[in-house]
Design a protein around this ligand. Structure first.
Ligand SMILES: *Cc1c(COP(=O)(O)O)cnc(C)c1O
Length: 420
């Protein structure tokens, strides 16, 4: 066997996996260098195959909110796995997890359907919205990410409200012909041929971009006037931002929610949810088909239930406190060298380089093209801090990140930005 270094493994990976990775951002293309191959993780830290340790702010893009390999989660997985890993029949844990989600989210979240990825959740939520309303048009926002289904891989044109263009090769123009892409933080005109408006209530896939005051309520009102459904894609914010997710945090209630990342406790699990009458459009009750062999997987639901069980109000306020501290101190350190914005929303922290507060994808792109993020990323990685390998991601402190970890991050950031 070849020697077990990151570069040797990456070389082998390139022979058998496109680009060497199972998901493109992991390839480091936008930051440069060779990806580290993780051999194990514990709490706030990951170790690569060369036994280098990194203080980890990726945390599987937010999925690992308790930190890696939390003992109670590992034990729940071990126990569930011993009882069988998939059955093709319903289990009690699906009921318990659906009840836990409805209890947290509250009014309007009546029925939950489990799937295996955020992509599936968003795709299926749009399908049920179309089936329920009998309309085809979907409105989405530039810079929001809703997974890689054809109809949601749409790019905006240059105008204010344009019909989508394929954002990827392999997506036919017909697949996005009913997808309208508009700028974030501006309430678009919603016509009565719109089935749904799908939005990240706090955008976290173009860096961290909070909703402008009135934006989400404006969408709610516009949807109500047009008879369209409002979909909050909470695959990141769901149960990471706050106990009730973004709808609880912002007070604006959508008709449909999507969840992922945190609810699987680090295993593949996602869900979409909504009002009973909308969700009952789904088969076997209604005419909208949707299914999955591994949906509601018994090991993933065991992990998810354990994680949600540990996430009480005290956990969220502790995490939000650490995120606020990290954001404030990081902003100070970065701005000593170059203008930077470090937005914090709840437990999420973003990093933008440049003078201006970022409110749209255009602003996020302008920050990314300065090249500062890529240089800062590399300087941090050299110092043993793993940020997400792309300027459009956010920082995910976990409950395993101690105050000492946060302070060390800021010290290392001071050293890193000085040479970036
Ligand atoms: C990660 C993400 C998705 C896609 O989830 P996958 O599990 O990667 O398919 C969808 N929407 C949002 C907001 C996400 O952050």
């Amino acid at each position: 066997m070849a020697d077990n270094t990151n570069s040797a493994l990456f070389k082998r990976a390139l022979e058998v996996v496109p680009g060497g990775v199972s998901s493109p951002v992991r390839a480091f293309k936008s930051v440069g260098g060779t990806p580290y191959f993780v051999s194990r993780a514990d709490g706030a830290y990951v170790w690569d195959v060369e036994d280098r340790r990194y203080l980890d702010y990726v945390q599987s893009y937010g999925a690992s909110i308790l930190g890696h390999a939390h003992p109670e989660v590992v034990e729940a997985i071990r126990q569930a796995a011993g009882e069988g890993t998939t059955f093709g029949a319903p289990t009690e844990r699906e009921v318990l997890l659906a009840e836990a989600i409805c209890d947290r989210v509250g009014a309007g979240c009546d029925l939950v359907r489990f799937v295996s990825s955020g992509t599936e959740a968003a795709m299926s939520a749009v399908r049920v919205a179309r089936g329920f309303t009998g309309r085809n048009r979907v409105v989405m926002f530039e810079g929001c990410y809703h997974g890689h289904s054809d109809m949601l891989l749409a790019a905006g044109g240059s105008g204010m409200a344009t019909l989508g263009l394929p954002a990827s090769a392999g997506v036919p123009p017909s697949a996005v012909a009913e997808t309208m892409v508009v700028p974030y933080n501006t309430v678009p005109d919603i016509d009565d041929d719109v089935a749904c408006v799908i939005v990240e209530p706090i955008a976290a896939n173009m860096g961290l971009v909070p909703p402008a005051p009135g934006f989400l309520q404006g969408l709610r009102d516009a949807c109500d006037r047009a008879g369209a459904l409002l979909v909050f894609d909470e695959v990141i914010t769901g149960f990471r931002l706050a106990r009730a997710g973004a709808s609880g945090f912002t007070g604006v209630r959508p008709d449909l929610w999507t969840f992922g990342k945190v609810i699987g406790g680090g295993l593949p699990l996602a869900a979409f949810a909504g009002r009973r009458e909308v969700m009952e459009a789904l088969a076997p009750v209604g005419p909208v088909y949707q299914a999955g062999t591994l949906s509601g997987n018994p090991v993933a639901t065991a992990a998810g239930l354990t994680v949600l069980g540990l996430l009480d109000d005290a956990a969220y306020s502790m995490l939000a406190g650490r995120a606020a501290e990290l954001g404030a101190m990081l902003a100070g350190v970065l701005n000593e060298v170059t203008p930077a914005q470090v937005p914090v929303v709840g437990t999420l922290v973003g990093v933008f380089f440049g003078d201006d507060l970022v409110t749209t994808f255009a602003g996020s792109r302008a920050s990314a093209t300065t090249g500062w993020y890529a240089r800062f990323f590399r300087a941090m990685l050299e110092r043993g801090v793993a940020l997400a390998p792309g300027p459009y991601e956010v920082m995910f402190p976990s409950l395993a990140h101690t105050w000492d970890d946060i302070e060390r991050t800021v010290d290392l950031a001071r050293a890193a930005i000085a040479v970036a």
